[in-house]
Ligand binder design. Structure first.
Ligand code: B12
Ligand code: SF4
Length: 514
């Protein structure tokens, strides 16, 4: 069969700071190809809807599969599914991905028959069986693990047994030079581990994977890396190098094979402090950006986001990251409760430190504990606003003033690293990019004001609404995490970490999940 894999368009954040290859979709596409089908992939972060429909008309796929990792992409995916159905009624349309897995019945309802099924969980595990059913007996699709269709559901989604069996179909992605992350340009993505052993209340990374944590073997990780052509590499792991030995083994194998790249990774402050030698080794190998989810700069804020790391330790981690001599970015979560004074404190603090600071807005997501425990009621049911750049909870300040303060703060922070100052500091890097025809980063330096604009953010709340999100259930004090899992928990046995690391995780998490 002809299988067309589609990644939806960019959200606000991708318009400025980064644009990354759709690694999950490439993995699913590789599994489909292994099953003997003819596969193409289109990424609407870099191609237009017109390009998509031209491809559909020209190539006439038997199956169109959308990736929906982001809740904010739901309306786009539903619209595309409806238009695809109208054009090619016989084409089988399916959706998979992180957010799709949490809101599967809603997607089917919004699409009014234009989506044949949602495949929850890891696409590689069941896509072969699903296509088998589509080809030979469409009524059998509801026997496939992870399938949710309007006339029934299959058994719970299965976990991929070994990550070593997976190789992304990077060759299917056209325009590879369009992917970048700050000065890492062009930039590819790679996965060394999947899942997260912690259980933060606002996050769905661990609920999706049933708090499992699996690793790619060092040999396989380095083979995959050696096949990457791009000089920049984004390590997509939720928390990089949870287990020191894994990070060291991959690093040593990279050194042995003489691979030279620049890397970006995200990790926790306490992991950084526990595994200092790993991060030192990686700095020698080319690690150039670390992103730390600090979330708050006061103890109360840290408690609220269930980060058990103390403020002192968080600052110590920042200090250590600085000592590595690489770019450090941190994330802070702005609460809709914030008043002008609070924003001012944050601005002042951020100006005093050398790091890049990213501010996101506290947003409850389906699939998180917060979705069930947040007592404040969301004031919008527009999926597009659930991108952690908009306020979906009631703001203490009038909404217009909240956005004005938010963007003012983001601008102060961004201007530390964008615009003329950045250009002066990074003149040689930018010049090198331009010589090679790489203009993504250069253009991003100037786009900030046209993308992050309080008036535009406010206007987004008044766009016509075609699909309304389901409201969260009445708030409860606690929630059983098992009810949130997409992939089933395997308890301690599902986490590829040693006992000392398991103890460390237990001491630094605040949930009660198994
Ligand atoms: C890497 C990453 C990014 C990259 C995206 C790279 C890309 N182009 O896809 C970057 C840094 C750009 C990014 C940005 C954002 N991200 Co992000 N990101 C992640 C992260 C850490 C890992 C995703 C990943 O690559 N995993 C590895 C691959 C192999 O897995 P995967 O993509 O999930 O794919 C698997 C399955 O989902 C499924 N699947 C995927 N597609 C399909 C399609 C079909 C047909 C099928 C059957 C299956 C299937 O099978 C795949 C293989 O197993 C996740 C956390 C997580 N663990 O999922 C957050 C996460 C997805 N991001 C999140 C958020 C909020 C954002 C932002 C909105 C944040 C912001 N600052 O604005 C932006 C918006 C991005 C945008 N599209 O514009 C949230 C999603 C919340 C939500 N419910 O919408 C997550 C869950 C993080 C969190 N802890 O809450 N992100
Ligand atoms: S450490 Fe917390 S926020 Fe980070 S991925 Fe794990 S559960 Fe999510």
């Amino acid at each position: 069969m002809r299988f067309l894999a589609v990644h939806p368009g960019p959200l606000l954040y991708t318009k400025i700071f980064l644009r990354l290859e759709p690694l999950g979709l490439e993995l699913v596409a590789a599994a489909v190809r292994r099953a003997g089908h003819d596969v193409r992939l289109i990424d609407l972060q870099v191609a237009s809807h017109k390009d998509y429909f031209a491809l559909v008309d020209r190539w006439r796929p038997d199956v169109v599969a959308f990736s929906c990792n982001y809740l904010a992409n739901v309306p786009e995916v539903v619209d595309l599914a409806r238009l695809t159905r109208a054009r090619r009624p016989e084409t089988f349309v399916l959706v998979g991905g992180h957010s799709a897995s949490f809101v599967a019945p809603d997607l089917l309802e919004h699409a009014g028959g234009a989506i044949d099924c949602v495949l929850r969980g890891e696409g590689e595990a069941s896509i072969g069986a699903l296509l088998e059913a589509v080809e030979h007996d469409r009524r059998a699709i509801t026997k496939v693990a992870g399938v949710v269709a309007s006339d029934g559901e299959g058994p719970p989604p299965r976990l991929v047994e070994s990550l070593d069996d997976l190789v992304p179909a990077r060759d299917l992605l056209r325009h590879r030079r369009r992917y970048f992350l700050g000065v890492l340009e062009p930039c590819a993505s790679i996965e060394f581990a999947r899942g997260c052993p912690w259980d933060c209340a606002f996050c769905s990374a661990w609920t999706f994977y049933g708090r499992t944590y699996r690793i790619v073997s060092p040999e396989r990780a380095v083979d995959d890396l050696a096949a990457v052509r791009e000089p920049g590499v984004f390590i997509v792991d939720d928390v990089a190098f949870v287990q020191a030995q894994h990070g060291l083994e991959i690093g040593e194998a990279i050194a042995r094979r003489g691979i030279r790249k620049q890397y970006y990774l995200e990790t926790r402050g306490d992991v950084l402090l526990r595994n200092k030698e790993v991060f030192k080794l990686w700095t020698r190998l080319g690690l150039s950006y670390i992103f730390l989810g600090l979330e708050a700069i006061d103890e109360e804020g840290l408690r609220k986001y269930r980060k058990r790391i103390s403020l002192g330790r968080a600052f110590e981690a920042l200090e250590f990251a600085r000592s590595l001599g690489i770019n450090v970015a941190i994330n802070l979560i702005a609460d809709p409760e914030w008043d002008r004074e609070r924003f001012e404190v944050i601005r002042q603090w951020c100006l005093e430190i050398p790091e890049i600071v990213n501010i996101s807005v506290n947003t409850p997501y389906p699939g998180t504990e917060t979705w069930h425990t947040e007592a404040r009621r969301v004031h919008t049911r527009d999926y597009r606003l659930y991108d952690i750049q908009h306020a979906v909870l009631p703001t203490r300040l009038p909404l217009a003033d909240f956005y004005e303060e938010l963007v003012r703060t983001q601008r102060v922070l961004a201007m530390k690293h964008l615009g003329w100052t950045a250009l002066r500091e990074m003149a040689s890097i930018v010049a090198g990019h331009l010589v090679r025809g790489q203009t993504n980063f250069f253009r991003s330096l100037w786009k900030f004001n046209s993308v992050f604009d309080p008036k535009l953010l406010l206007a987004d709340h008044h766009r016509p609404l075609a699909y309304e999100m389901r409201l969260p259930p009445p708030a409860r004090a606690t929630v059983d995490p098992r009810g949130l899992y997409v992939l089933q928990s395997r308890g301690r046995g599902g986490r590829a970490i040693d006992d000392a690391t398991e103890k460390f995780v237990d001491a630094t998490r605040t949930g009660t999940s198994d």
